[in-house]
Design a binder for this molecule. Structure first.
Ligand code: C5P
Length: 419
């Protein structure tokens, strides 16, 4: 794991020790990454059993998965065992979650159509626990209407999907279809184990999220920024994607991997962030502006590095940046707008004042500085306020958990507005 991945993994929901996962490995190059998935699931204290399709065994040997999971691997319906065992039923009863990673186009088609012609597909049909799939295939295959149809059918059946990511494919091409990284798959798995089946309440909706700090250049090598890690916004983006949204994440400079299936627009300055938001807003149904945007930027950044010379003082004139949130909330038509208020004290008073002054639909208040600093941390505690005077507090938890709860609060308030 890179240090960014470790930081990322640290804000992932913590599941209950001993929960049980059946990992179904199907036949794609990404099967080798399933070894890491088993490792990471076990790092979370989970019990893991691995079922493989015949094709998967051409890529990675069952012995590897048996060693990593500490349990026998089943690859066929007809392996010698006592008839009364009916292992596909036993394994299905045992599982708290079935995770299919990698999920090939072929296996997704079988799942969507109820085909049960081997151990893995029969286990899926016998299973009543939540199911998560991590599709992995070439970009043309992924875009094929038949595959998209099958994924839509599975979403309708309540199956959660993670990814695929866009990037280098087995063929050497680049595009969507690459299996999400093991940490992402595990993050989604533990999130489902903790909070239950992910509803597809955001399916067909476009979500815009800003995250991270901005960087305001003073000269080509120096600038002003802040301690925001971007984790809260990345967790919100990941959760929105899991709930079925098309997500655009406008991100300031952070050291986090792009969440699977999310379009990341990388920006540096507040002005660049404002331009990227302007471009994404017309298509958005919901906008969550989570970024810690610098309020001031150097008026006249130097084109060359400022030399210290003999001076013992440097005066920099700063000008206000555009308030992206206030501008967006005042525009019409506009998406449902959620702001953030990072406060060093009296979160309720400052957050509710900001909610009405900036004209948001909801605002998420959190404390920064001190012992329970939200900024740069993997955990957060928040109070969510809505424009009708409602408020809900969420106790300190990993930011992925808080993201789940914030989306829950947004969903409830939007439903309330519709009735
Ligand atoms: O006024 P303050 O910076 O405390 O407001 C915080 C909220 O406003 C956050 O949602 C932040 O993303 C947003 N904001 C913005 N553009 C700015 C400053 C803040 O969108 N220039």
């Amino acid at each position: 794991m890179t240090s960014a991945d470790q930081a990322e993994a640290a804000c992932v929901t913590r599941p209950n020790e001993g929960q049980k996962v059946v990992l179904v490995v199907t036949g794609g190059i990404a099967a080798y990454k399933a070894c890491t998935i088993v490792r990471r699931l076990r790092d979370h204290g989970l019990q893991v059993r691995v079922a493989m399709t015949a094709a998967a065994t051409r890529f990675v040997g069952p012995v590897t998965f048996a060693a990593l999971s500490g349990h026998e691997v089943i690859t066929s319906m007809f392996e010698a065992r006592a008839a009364e065992e009916i292992p596909h039923v036993r394994w299905a009863e045992w599982a708290d979650l079935v995770c299919v990673a990698p999920a090939t186009a072929d296996f997704l088609a079988k799942m969507a159509h109820g085909v049960a012609d081997d151990f893995a597909s029969t286990l899926y049909l016998a299973n009543a626990a939540p199911t998560l799939v991590a599709p992995a295939m070439e970009d043309d295959m992924y875009r094929h209407p038949a595959v998209q149809r099958n994924l839509a059918t599975l979403a309708g059946d309540g199956v959660a999907t993670i990814g695929p990511a866009s990037g280098a494919l087995a063929s050497g091409r680049t595009g969507p279809g690459r299996m999400s990284e093991p940490e992402e798959v595990v993050g989604a798995a533990v999130r489902i184990l903790k909070h239950g089946v992910v509803g597809h309440d955001l399916a067909g909706q476009r979500v815009l999220i800003t995250a991270g700090p901005t960087y305001e250049a003073l000269d080509p090598v120096r600038g002003f920024t802040n301690r925001s890690s971007g984790r809260m916004g990345y967790s919100l983006a990941r959760e929105a994607r899991l709930r079925g949204a098309d997500v655009t994440l406008v991100s300031g400079p952070v050291a986090l991997p792009a969440p699977a299936g999310v379009e990341v627009v990388a920006v540096k300055s507040a002005a660049e962030m404002a331009t990227a938001v302007d471009a994404a807003v017309p298509a958005s149904d919901v906008a969550i502006l989570c970024a810690a945007v610098c309020d001031f930027t150097p008026h006249d950044p130097a084109e060359r590095k400022i030399k210290k010379g003999h001076s013992d003082r440097l005066e920099v004139q700063m000008v206000r940046t555009r308030d992206i949130l206030a501008g967006l909330a005042a525009s019409s038509p506009r998406p449902f707008v959620v702001g953030f208020a990072a406060e060093t004290e009296d979160v309720r008073a400052h957050a509710t004042e900001k909610l009405s002054r900036k004209g948001c639909d909801m605002i998420v208040g959190n404390l920064v500085g001190g012992d329970t600093d939200a900024m740069g941390s993997t955990d957060n505690a928040v109070i969510v306020f809505d424009r009708n005077g409602g408020e809900t507090a969420f106790a300190r938890a990993p930011k992925d958990d808080i993201a789940t709860q914030i989306w829950g609060a947004i969903g409830r308030f939007r439903a309330q507005l519709e009735t």
